[in-house]
Design a binder for this molecule. Sequence first.
Ligand code: PNS
Length: 181
Amino acid sequence: MNAVFPGSFDPITSGHMDVLTRAAKIFDHVTVTVMHNARKTGRHLFSLEERLEILREATAHFDNVSVDSFGGLLVDYMRQQQKGIIIRGLRAVSDYEYELQIAHLNRQIGEVETVFIMAATRWSFVSSSMVREIASYGGDISEMVPRASANALRRIHADVYAEREAEKLETQLRVEGGTAG
Ligand code: PNS
């Protein structure tokens, strides 16, 4: 059975990676599909091409995962591509109501089933939006996202990260100077 893991992936997080790893063990093939809306460009930090590039790098080690994109209704994509099952990750109860609504809608308008996979609890607080926020201040996001996402975020916020590094170095030198004196 094949499956589709749809999302915005702006960028892919360790929580997404956890769900994908579990899905890839259950399904024969999983397509990670960036759903995008041409009328809503500018809403994302990363362009569609950048998100696809990050996804390709982050999923290169799977032999049954591929990456795709679609700008339309998920049910149309599922029908056109004969893709089987939709996979969505659940982090906490707070995700449930929204996901339940979408799953029911997709079944009603497209007769497509959704399978939910629970992300490990250590990722229950991680979301793409929080990671974007932390990175915008130069915070440490290395645990929360795969390396491809972390590198892309550090590139975008290179000036902020450089500033923090300089501050850290300065503090370290001051402390060492103090100890020596
Ligand atoms: O990562 P996200 O933002 O939670 O993903 C939500 C997504 C992209 C899967 C959902 O918004 C979606 O399927 N969008 C495509 C348009 C669509 O089919 N809408 C009807 C269901 S809300």
